[in-house]
Design a protein around this ligand. Structure first.
Ligand code: SF4
Ligand code: SF4
Length: 343
């Protein structure tokens, strides 16, 4: 079993989802967390008290969302966590290049929009888990190669953000990437290698930087992966494995070049939680005020998604189709029109 060199890693218990969904007052986890992070206690208590938002009366859609999240929760135990097993002695041997090609073809055949492969970097693996039955457990062995894939979300539904239809579409894509990951990881285990699926609420990895390293796109101003194909109108899934696979390099598509002059997501964000491009120093990672974002989710009663719909690249596919354009930059007229209200 390969153990990767240690790097500074992120504690999943610090994510807003772990703090809001996994710890409640008067529990040991609550006492432990706010003893270590007292500066967050008051603000988090206020967030928990936020009442249901404006879209909550949409009971059919809200229950559809809850039902699919419940289904994903039932799938999590199938993710294939390791018991320190070595690959089977009869593991199927394949050259790393053709094996990578086969994996990508399978991912696409199960509905992925795109798929890439990278060596696992512990900089984007959690040090301590913060969700479900893993809460508070130190991360174990992380397998050395990461297969990352995306599932597309419907443009018309995402354009309805922040309405509840956007959230229905997002949850559908979470299920789609979970199913693709479960299929891929089961197939790889069937070939005799170890494989672990990473899905919503059951991931050892922070997925956007993994996707960036696997060449699927680059991180834009709201800290989300932006893809050349359809912007941030995607969800990401991953499988880690010890199967030898050829890696992809990062994409030549660097959205930051556009973010510098665009800023549409920051302009339209209802909570104002996306900092402007000019507030970053060169080389700094984009990130948002996740507490302010979550508060907006609570106020709306949906997961907002305005930043997904705002990005010109989220509309690029349809535009390419109409114009026959291709390449790394969006059609200039379209981008100009979108940004300045002419389209
Ligand atoms: S989801 Fe909404 S509130 Fe959160 S960053 Fe995006 S636009 Fe802003
Ligand atoms: S909307 Fe503009 S600033 Fe925001 S991620 Fe997309 S290109 Fe970058």
């Amino acid at each position: 079993m390969v153990r990767l060199a240690m790097k500074k890693r992120f504690d999943e218990r610090d994510t807003i989802f772990s703090r809001m969904l996994e710890i409640s007052p008067f529990t040991d986890n609550y006492t432990d967390y706010y003893r270590r992070n007292p500066e967050r206690e008051e603000q988090d208590a206020k967030l928990r008290e936020e009442t249901e938002g404006v879209f909550s009366p949409r009971k059919a859609e809200q229950r559809q969302i809850a039902a699919i999240f419940a289904l994903i929760k039932e799938l999590r135990p199938l993710a294939g966590h390791l018991g320190g097993k070595s690959p089977s002695t009869s593991a199927l041997q394949m050259e790393a290049g053709p094996a990578a090609g086969r994996i990508k073809k399978i991912a696409l055949s199960y509905g992925a929009l795109s798929c890439g492969i990278t060596e696992t970097d512990l900089a984007w693996a959690y040090s301590v888990r913060g969700r479900g039955p893993h809460y508070g457990k130190k991360a174990g062995v992380i397998l050395p190669r990461t297969i990352v894939f995306t599932a597309e979300m419907d443009e018309n539904e995402i354009n309805r953000a922040p309405a509840v239809e956007e959230s229905v579409e997002v949850v559908k894509a979470y299920l789609n990437v979970a199913v693709i990951g479960l299929a891929l990881s089961s197939i790889i285990r069937g070939w005799g290698w170890n494989a672990v699926c990473h899905m919503d609420g059951e991931s050892e990895l922070v997925l956007p930087p993994a996707a960036e390293a696997a060449g699927l796109g680059s991180i834009g101003l709201p800290g989300l992966l932006v893809t050349r194909e359809c912007g941030s109108r995607i969800r990401i899934g991953a499988v880690t494995t010890d199967m030898p696979l050829a890696s992809d390099g990062p994409s030549s598509f660097q959205v930051a070049k556009t973010c510098r002059t665009c800023g549409k997501c920051a302009e339209l964000c209802p909570s104002g939680c996306i900092p402007s491009f000019s507030s970053y120093k060169s080389g700094e990672r984009f990130s948002i005020d996740s507490e302010a974002c979550f508060r907006t989710w609570r106020e709306l009663g949906t997961d907002c998604g305005v930043c997904l719909a705002a990005c010109p690249y989220s509309h690029q596919k349809a535009k390419d189709k109409n114009s026959g354009a291709s390449g790394d930059e969006p059609a200039a007229d379209f981008l100009k029109g979108f940004m300045f209200g002419g389209d």
